[in-house]
Structures are given as structure tokens and as C-alpha cells.
Design a protein around this ligand. Structure first.
Ligand SMILES: C[S@@+](CC[C@H](N)C(=O)[O-])C[C@H]1O[C@@H](n2cnc3c(N)ncnc32)[C@H](O)[C@@H]1O
Length: 288
């Protein structure tokens, strides 16, 4: 099983270490394999972590760690309001997919391996990539690829999908990547399917909807002087965080890093996944 290397770990620890109050209750909204959680628990011996993950595999992993300083909740972090929790004095969201999710062919996130067209983080959810590809209208597919994948001209690929699915539905990642590779050849070293797969994943997991509103509502759950760290992996997501923090600045607290924090060269060499990671930090003010 692939290990997940937590990205920007030193920078996240430093953000909490230098905040006005030492954290004793941190929210880890995206537990994954607990890389950040475990490092934070090592750093702050009095810390208690409440973690969310909507992937049952992540929750299973958390349950195997025998540390009663971790409480794991198998839900979407956007449902935080449904739980009665104490105020946090730190919060972390390391958005997107984990390496074990990406590298498990059965989850269908990657076209490097052949697997079912699935891409769900939450396995209780009904909508899969297969359903989107085989049943969504031509217009809906165009929207997904141009909006979430920022693909300039997805029309030929979409037309080919809609044409081919009349004869046989798409069921595997390789079938879809094969079609994209045959039609869209203009992307240099990056496989043309990369952006299409990312767009589909965002659509399946509804990753961007309500994200800004959720972040804006977080100060209600956090102590004054506590910090919120958000790591994103693609420009659309980062734009939402950046604009939301700008909106919150002065009314609800302050932006800590005007310039986005990216991984050092050493980390980028050691962990290619960190190359697209962007960290933004916000410190809560006194008002709710
Ligand atoms: C990049 S990984 C986090 C890795 C983690 N920081 C670590 O070091 O192991 C993102 C995790 O968040 C989960 N996730 C993504 N969006 C979520 C959401 N809206 N609600 C709950 N979990 C989510 C995914 O299932 C995945 O396990």
C-alpha cells in the first residue's frame, strides 16, 4: 500500500507553533493517512485532534492507530455544523486526494492503472465517474471539462464520448484515457487525460461547491488567535481560498501570508505531489 507523505509539514507545524496561543484542540478536516495529525501530536504533547474524512479507508486507518488523542468522524467536513464540538484552536484542510486513494486501481482515480470509473471518496455516495461519463448530457460534460479542468477545447473529446457510449458504455479508466489520448494530442509532456480526470474527480466529489462559504463560516468554530491552514492542489481551489481569505481579512481576522507558501525545492524533489501544493494561513480575530 502506498504511503502518503504529508506535504508542507514543516510549514504547517510552524504556523501553529507561532500562533498567539498554543494549540490544544486542532481540527484536521482531511485526515487521509494521518500524516499531519501524527506529526502535530508529536509536536504538541497536550494536543487533541478531531479529524474528518469521508473515505471509509481513511477512517479504518485512523481506527487502527491506538491514540486516544484522535477522534475520527466519517463525514464530509462541510457537515461540521452537525456535530457538537468544542471551539478549536487550530484547523487544517489538506484538500484533494491522498496517495493511497490515487494509487489504488480499484478507486478509479488514475489512468496509470486500469480500474473501474469510480473516483468517489465517499463510497456511500451514488454518483460515480462512470455515471457522469455515460449519462450526463453533452452540455454538462462540456461544462465539467472546461470549468473544472480548465480545458480550452473539450468539444471533440465530449462528442466522441457521447458517440461511443451509444454502442457501449465506458466502464474503465483505460477506456476513457485511451479515447482522450486518441482525440486530444496537444499537451506536451503531460498526458492529455490528466486534466479530464481531474475535472471528473472534482465533479464526482463536488469538491468546490460550498467550499468558500464553509471556510467563511469556520471562525464560528474557532478560538480568537487560532490559525486556519488550507493546502490546495489546483488553481481553482486556491483561487477560492485566496478570495475567501481576502473577504474575511479585517472583519474576521487576518491573512498571515500575503504570498502563498509553496514546497521547498528539496521537498519537491523528494515528493513530486508537493509541486502543486499551495498553503494559505489565516488567523482568527476576536469577533464572531
Ligand atoms: C490530501 S489527503 C490528506 C492527507 C493527510 N493530510 C495526511 O497527511 O495523511 C485528503 C483527504 O481528505 C479527504 N477529503 C477530501 N475532501 C473531503 C471532504 N470534503 N470531507 C471529508 N474528507 C475529505 C480525502 O478522502 C483524503 O483522504
Amino acid at each position: 500500500m502506498t504511503k502518503h507523505k504529508p506535504v508542507l509539514l514543516k510549514e504547517v507545524i510552524e504556523a501553529f507553533e507561532t500562533q498567539p496561543r498554543e494549540p490544544v484542540k486542532i481540527l484536521d478536516g482531511t485526515f487521509g493517512r494521518g500524516g499531519h495529525t501524527q506529526a502535530l501530536l508529536n509536536k504538541f504533547p497536550n494536543l487533541f485532534i478531531t479529524a474528518f474524512d469521508k473515505d471509509p479507508a481513511a477512517v479504518e486507518h485512523a481506527n487502527k492507530i491506538s491514540d486516544n488523542r484522535i477522534k475520527i468522524i466519517n463525514d464530509d467536513f462541510k457537515n461540521l455544523k452537525n456535530y457538537r464540538l468544542d471551539l478549536f484552536d487550530g484547523a487544517l484542510f489538506d484538500l484533494g486526494v491522498s496517495s493511497p486513494q490515487f494509487d489504488d486501481p480499484a478507486r478509479g482515480f488514475s489512468f496509470q492503472h486500469d480500474g473501474p470509473l469510480d473516483m468517489r471518496m465517499d463510497l456511500k455516495q451514488k454518483l460515480t465517474a462512470k455515471e457522469i461519463i455515460n449519462t450526463f448530457s453533452e452540455r454538462e460534460l462540456l461544462n465539467i471539462f472546461s470549468q473544472y479542468g480548465e480545458i480550452k477545447r473539450p468539444a471533440r473529446v465530449v462528442r466522441a464520448i457521447v458517440h461511443d457510449r451509444e454502442n457501449k458504455e465506458f466502464t474503465t479508466t483505460k477506456e476513457l484515457a485511451g479515447l482522450i489520448g486518441r482525440i486530444d494530442k496537444h499537451r506536451g509532456r503531460i498526458h492529455p487525460a490528466t486534466q479530464y480526470f481531474m475535472a471528473l474527480r472534482i465533479a464526482v466529489n463536488n469538491e468546490l461547491e460550498g467550499l468558500g462559504e464553509f471556510i467563511e463560516g469556520l471562525p464560528m468554530y474557532m478560538e480568537p488567535g487560532s490559525r486556519l491552514c488550507v493546502i490546495s492542489f489546483h488553481s481553482l481551489e486556491d483561487r477560492i481560498i485566496k478570495n475567501t481569505f481576502k473577504k474575511m481579512h479585517n472583519n474576521l481576522g487576518k491573512i498571515i501570508n500575503k504570498k502563498v507558501i509553496v514546497a521547498s525545492r528539496a521537498e519537491q524533489l523528494d515528493n513530486p505531489r508537493s509541486r502543486s501544493a499551495k498553503l494559505r494561513i489565516f488567523e482568527m480575530g476576536g469577533h464572531r
